[in-house]
Ligand binder design. Structure first.
Ligand SMILES: Cc1ncc(C[n+]2csc(CCOP(=O)(O)OP(=O)(O)O)c2C)c(N)n1
Ligand code: SF4
Length: 304
């Protein structure tokens, strides 16, 4: 299994980009590129990552990258793969690095089509839970109650009125060869998933929790703490879907409370006790679903 100390020194995503201090996206992409290596082509839709690291003529990527449109990441990456195949370069990794808005909302149609066709690509949903680069607008992946510029806090509404869309579940419904969620606060698990995605064939999906201190109104030094708290509170489960089976990679040990997680982030500052309870209800419901799948799998595989 790959370890953080085994990663090569060479940076394929270099320093000098303009991400905010503590940006989880930059941290995750830096490590992902080390695992994928030089033989990689990146597709970038419009998102924070594109703006802070790949605005021609300045770019932080030491591998080729392509930018076309916001909504077509999975299709564009699939097209790159087909072109490389024609050139006899099947060994090259093709990775799309899309935000949660570009995935859960506007890119969903292209994503679903590419997953259904089993395009031979790695698709990474860089989940900072809002449309950040255009000024913190809510996405389908924004959590319940979060303040954003399009879900303000006032008399009519108190932040987002809907819960976070479960994109991992949607990808499981496509029965893709590999789908996983990961958090940079659990580096061994995250790197293992990067490596697995690299070594498999067909459509591979990763949803990575990427703290956004700017959009979440959180201290930049809490990036990793928040990524840890999200997993420990059960709000962002670490999951893997492989060969039709779901695995829970880490069971929350209750090291942090949901209240602690919410309190650090200004986007949740207005939360009432009822809103906290609603989030707890949602977390419990999702874990019940996860446990139901696990139990069902045990029955199908002979009750081991
Ligand atoms: C068709 C289209 N609609 C809207 C935009 C404007 N736009 C560019 S990036 C972006 C937000 C991206 O959000 P997300 O995918 O969550 O990535 P993040 O910026 O948070 O990393 C929007 C709305 C666009 N470029 N193209
Ligand atoms: S707004 Fe958020 S995601 Fe974008 S660069 Fe800043 S910290 Fe990173």
């Amino acid at each position: 299994m790959i370890n953080i100390k085994d990663l090569p020194d060479e940076e394929l995503f270099t320093a000098g980009h303009t991400a905010c201090p503590g940006c989880g996206v930059a941290l995750v992409v830096r490590n992902l590129m080390k695992v994928l290596g030089k033989d990689t082509v990146v597709y970038l839709p419009a998102n924070c990552l594109l703006v802070f690291s790949a605005t021609y003529p300045l770019d932080a990527f030491k591998v080729p990258y392509l930018h076309l449109l916001f909504e077509n990441s999975a299709v564009a990456a699939g097209a790159i793969r087909r072109a490389l195949k024609r050139l006899g370069k099947e060994h090259v990794n093709v990775v799309a690095l899309a935000g949660d808005g570009g995935t859960a909302d506007i890119g969903m149609q292209a994503l679903s089509g590419a997953a259904e066709r089993n395009e031979d690509i790695i698709y990474v949903m860089v989940d900072n839970e809002a449309y950040m680069n255009t000024g913190i607008q809510r996405s389908g992946s924004t959590p319940f109650g979060a303040w954003t510029t399009t879900t303000p806090v006032g008399k009519k509404i108190m932040g987002k009125t809907e819960h976070k869309k479960d994109v991992m579940k949607i990808m499981m419904a496509h029965d893709v060869p590999y789908a996983a969620t990961a958090s940079p606060a659990f580096p061994a698990d995250m790197l293992k998933k990067f490596e697995k995605a690299k070594n498999k064939e067909g459509f591979r999906f990763l949803q990575i929790y990427t703290t956004c201190p700017t959009g979440w109104r959180a201290p930049s030094e809490k990036t990793i703490t928040l990524a840890k708290m999200a997993v420990e509170t059960g709000i962002f489960p670490l999951l893997e879907y492989e060969n039709g089976l779901l695995t829970v990679n880490y069971r929350p040990k209750g090291k942090y409370t949901l209240e602690e997680y919410l309190k650090i982030q200004g986007r949740f500052r207005h939360f009432t006790p009822e809103m906290v309870e609603e989030v707890k209800r949602w977390i419990d419901m999702r874990w019940k679903w996860i446990r139901t799948i696990e139990e069902g799998q045990k029955v199908v595989s002979g009750g081991e």
